[in-house]
Design a protein around this ligand. Structure first.
Ligand code: SF4
Length: 377
């Protein structure tokens, strides 16, 4: 696994603009046609938020610029946002800088900005290589645009690239999904993320496929094709070449700390010895809620998060030996044990959240029983 440290937080920046709204999307974004009017307010809000977090003196390990669509900003707008962050926050020990891009023509000056600020990872919102599927999703580019963008990025020195793919949406056939997976693998990105619209993305405009059997077949074919091309699944939705896991995303699943900047972004960190979470309002003028309201986590909430998040990964959730045996017996075929940790089997992956709930129930019960035994003794 790529190394990453809990106490060195990740930094996420949400760019809240898109050129058009995709039919399935639930992320907060404004139409980029209003950029001229809204960008100054966004920058002002960001200034307020950055000034607030500057006082904490965080030493960040990763930077992830997402959205929205970061390449809906002009090169100079992107540069002004990045300059603000780099001048005020400590990014001197950052090992991974990712930016999300849509596969659309990129201006030369935009690429220069990416180089100037040291981005070493690109996450491309490909979604599909089938043009009719792209139209169904409301995406505004085609398969040729994807290839052109990848060629352009590679010719400018960007080789650490992720492709996002979506599957299990209404009307998508298993053949089309397999085609996208093969095409993606043949283009050899270092990382492929796959999101199921049935189980993971709450679909808008009823794009959700109701056919669970078909979705399960799609999961299976996904694992088969990507494994055959040498990709390792290290999280339910994420595949990578060895040592190319996304360090920033690992922070979410391993419960490491991170600070989210921008509208709708959220954060998780240690404040005066207590773990707290926050979420910014979904509004361009989000800074109106600074100083922020932080929610401290109880021990029970921490445990629930640990289980829900860590069993998503191939390293699983560590627990004591006796408890692990109980779970494996109760959830036969769905979980297994490796290195004193509970790991989902390929069958368990389809029902990860249900399994997490069951593990929590079993753990509560196990704790009560061991407490009683201790009292009896
Ligand atoms: S480009 Fe991405 S963030 Fe923007 S609407 Fe489409 S899916 Fe949502």
């Amino acid at each position: 696994m790529a190394k990453c440290f809990k106490d060195q937080p990740g930094l996420y920046l949400h760019i809240p603009f898109c050129r058009s709204k995709c039919r399935y999307c639930h992320f907060y974004s404004e139409n980029a046609s209003a950029l001229e009017e809204l960008f100054p307010a966004f920058l002002e809000s960001l200034k307020g938020e950055i000034a607030y977090f500057k006082e904490f003196g965080f030493n960040f390990e990763t930077l992830y610029v997402g959205g929205g669509t970061p390449n809906s900003l002009s090169p100079s707008q992107l540069a002004s946002v990045l300059a603000l962050i780099h001048e005020n926050l400590n990014l001197s020990r950052v090992v991974e800088k990712t930016i999300e891009l849509n596969p659309e023509p990129l201006e030369r000056h935009f690429i220069e900005v990416l180089n100037e600020f040291g981005f070493n990872r690109i996450s491309l919102g490909v979604q599909s290589f089938v043009n009719s599927d792209l139209q169904t999703l409301g995406r505004t580019y085609n398969a040729q645009d994807i290839s052109n963008t990848v060629d352009l990025l590679r010719s400018n020195g960007f080789h650490n690239i992720n492709f996002d793919l979506i599957f299990a949406f209404k009307g998508q056939t298993i053949e089309n999904f397999a085609f996208s997976l093969k095409k993606a693998s043949e283009m050899n990105p270092t990382h492929i993320s796959t999101y199921s619209m049935t189980f993971e993305e709450p679909a808008l405009e009823d794009l959700e496929s109701k056919d669970e059997n078909l979705t399960i077949k799609m999961y299976k074919i996904r694992d088969k094709i990507l494994r055959a091309h040498g990709y390792i699944r290290y999280e339910i939705s994420s595949f990578s070449r060895p040592n190319f896991e996304c360090i920033h995303n690992l922070k979410y699943w391993l419960r490491h700390y991170y600070i989210g900047l921008g509208p709708s972004a959220s954060g998780f960190f240690l404040l005066e010895g207590r773990e707290v979470r926050y979420t910014n309002p979904s509004s361009i003028r989000f800074h109106k809620e600074i100083p922020k309201t932080f929610e401290p986590l109880s021990e029970e909430e921490k445990l629930i998060e640990e289980i829900f998040l860590k069993i998503r990964t191939r390293w699983g959730w560590k627990a004591d030996k006796n408890f692990l045996e109980t779970v494996v017996q109760k959830l036969k075929g769905l979980v297994t044990v490796k290195n004193n940790s509970l790991i989902l089997t390929s069958k368990g992956v389809f029902v990860a959240d249900k399994i997490a709930i069951k593990i929590i129930e079993l753990y509560e019960d196990y704790k009560k029983r061991t407490e009683i035994q201790r009292l009896d003794f």
